[in-house]
Design a protein around this ligand. Structure first.
Ligand SMILES: Cc1ncc(C[n+]2csc(CCOP(=O)(O)OP(=O)(O)O)c2C)c(N)n1
Length: 364
């Protein structure tokens, strides 16, 4: 079942035609019209969350956002393969993974507005908060997977990271450790073609999935803009982890169609012509074409999905604008689990700093 062909696994062509591949078809044989619509719905809603958050950043309501535009199939397909007890360790771009795990859309902007250290309780949804330190979550996922194995829990762990992160020591260490100790972790690399301005061709002289070979980790290459193929491949990898067979590596080939973050201007390093081919492979258009070919998406379902997406965007917007600014002193909370002399010293300095304004007021 492990497939590391250079040609990625594809079950849906860009025009929505279904490609048959028996070994992968059987992994999604349980899907019917309801599930197809539901996958499409999650992708449409995820994209709408993303555009709403970008608009909030442009209006100065959040400090930063890392758009997922173009990566909806990679994220929704893989997240929908997870079982409730599995645990996902994410980077800063996996808003659709968080959404699929049940994180309320209203809290997705919390950290980016600077009003919370932690947007949600990771243990409530079995998905971590965004990790900004590139690659760090690979180590966290590996440790968690090993711990779960020692506890006898039949769960899988998945670590999401980008092509750039494969050049980080953290990912190399995680791969080595997971392979040696057969940790049940799925290394899910979204090869979105860019690490900020650095193209993947410079990042790796081999297909990214081949890097797993050096660690003795079986790998898959999948068309990351094909939600059915991603779902099938991730189900296989997660099953491998749950049955105690150790780690796997998935390279999902996709494209970040927007900027790296809202602070980036991609026109400085890639042309519109470069992006034309990727627009043709848009994951949402592709799934929609598949649904239309099968006559599954009628006007009622289409309208319901659009309304739901607008509703989620409105809730996100409203919640972001309504979130109160926390008192600045909360900066010093939760740095360590208990009191720490350095933090207490800094807290006192901060108190004195604020008090100095009271003195100035009294003098004027
Ligand atoms: C350890 C570390 N080094 C550098 C950075 C700065 N940085 C943030 S994102 C990024 C590129 C990551 O690219 P990739 O892993 O391909 O993920 P993508 O952003 O494309 O999803 C870099 C270098 C960081 N956050 N952490």
């Amino acid at each position: 079942m492990i497939d590391n062909l250079d040609y990625p696994v594809q079950l849906l062509q860009p025009d929505g035609a279904r490609v048959c591949r028996t070994e992968y078809d059987r992994l999604i044989a349980d899907l019917g019209p309801t599930e197809y619509i539901s996958l499409y719905r999650d992708m449409v809603i995820s994209r709408r969350i993303d555009t709403a958050a970008v608009a909030l950043q442009r209006q100065g309501e959040i400090g930063l956002w890392a758009p997922l535009l173009g990566q909806e199939a990679a994220q929704v397909g893989s997240a929908r393969a997870l079982k409730p007890d599995d645990f996902a360790f994410v980077s800063y771009r996996e808003h659709a993974v968080a959404y699929c795990r049940g994180v309320p859309p209203e809290v997705l902007t919390h950290m980016w507005r600077g009003c919370s250290h932690s947007a949600w309780d990771p243990n409530q949804f079995n998905v971590t908060n965004p990790a900004i330190v590139v690659g760090s979550q690979g180590l966290h996922a590996t440790g968690y997977a090993l711990g779960a194995h020692l506890d006898g829990a039949e769960i899988a762990t998945i670590a999401y990271f980008g092509d750039g992160a494969t050049s980080q020591g953290d990912i190399a260490e995680a791969l080595g450790f997971a392979a040696s100790f057969r940790a049940g972790v799925v290394f899910f690399c979204q090869n979105n073609q860019w690490a900020i301005s650095e193209p993947v061709s410079l990042q790796s002289r081999t297909p990214i999935s081949h890097r797993a070979d050096g660690y003795g980790i079986p790998s898959f290459r999948v068309d990351g803009n094909d939600v059915l193929a991603v779902l099938a491949v991730t189900r296989a990898a997660l099953a491998h982890a749950r049955e105690g067979s150790g780690p796997t590596f998935i390279e999902a080939i996709t494209c970040r169609m927007g900027p790296h973050t809202t602070s980036d201007d991609p026109s400085r390093y890639r042309s519109d012509t470069d992006m034309a081919e990727w627009r043709r492979r848009d994951p949402i258009t592709r799934m929609r074409a598949f649904l239309e070919r099968r006559g599954i998406l009628d006007e009622t379902a289409d309208a319901e999905i659009s309304t739901a997406a607008e509703d989620v965007a409105a809730r996100l917007r409203h919640a972001t604008l309504e979130t109160p600014d926390p008192p600045p002193s909360t900066l010093f909370e939760h740095v360590y689990t208990g009191p720490h002399p350095l933090i207490e010293h800094e807290r006192e300095q901060h108190r004195e700093y604020l008090a100095s304004f009271d003195d100035q007021e009294a003098m004027s």
